[in-house]
Ligand binder design. Sequence first.
Ligand code: ZN
Ligand code: ZN
Length: 284
Amino acid sequence: MKLSCYHTHTVFCDGADTVDAMCAAAARKGFSALGFSAHAPLPLPSAWHLDASRLDEYRAAVRAAAEAYRGRLEVYLGLEIDYIEGMNGPADPKWKAAGLDYSIGSVHYLIPPNGAAPFTVDGPYEEWARGVTDGYGGDAEAAAAAYWKAVAAMVRDGGFDFVGHLDLIKKNNRGAGAPLSFDPEGARYREAALEAVEEIAARGTLVEINTGGLNRGSVSECYPSPWLLGELRKRNARVVVNADAHRTDHLDGHYDEARRALRAAGFDRTAMLLGGRWAEEALD
Ligand SMILES: [Zn+2]
Ligand SMILES: [Zn+2]
């Protein structure tokens, strides 16, 4: 099957390699397409987002690479845009004006309802533990439900091409019974997740299967989990395989595992952005 990745970070945000190095590696691996998705500038202090002052430079670097690789590798300009309720989201018209080929909608941050500081669920465990303790009185089930509510709201608002790492919230979860953890098989968690899945199904929103957690050793399976892939398949959702690559050697990392998980859930095709449009390719 054709190889592609539309979830790719570089030195413009928190990746280790340059746009050119990523393109060279993708071409070497025989990729058909590579899409860049820097963490979009954010109205919060952050060390891992593209600085707003460098957006033009980022755009120019990706466009120059697209030109340099014309005929060998399709190169696309994208952003991974944070949905943070009331603060930032892919539906903001300013992203339309940015001239992107596509964008990813992702929830990394939770805003606790009690006024505690926003925190990312994608950070180290200590940040999750502090956020759940200060923001949700130690109730990780409540934090997880808030995450899924944010995903559902983001999908309703739209403005992006696919949902990033659907169940990222599991990254710091240590399992049923552990402190500051939730039960991923519990009714409360599953109901909250299914509400987001229903929004995805109702809108035909594209969802990625993301091997980034496997590539970086932070989780033992793809995002989303097998049961969620099954629920998505039941509702005829479309999926795109991505590595959430932060370095050249992540580019097709664990793709075999992603394909196995998709087949096990009953998928026989994936979506790819080729020739400037999203189309379905057989998963063989
Ligand atoms: Zn992300
Ligand atoms: Zn990412």
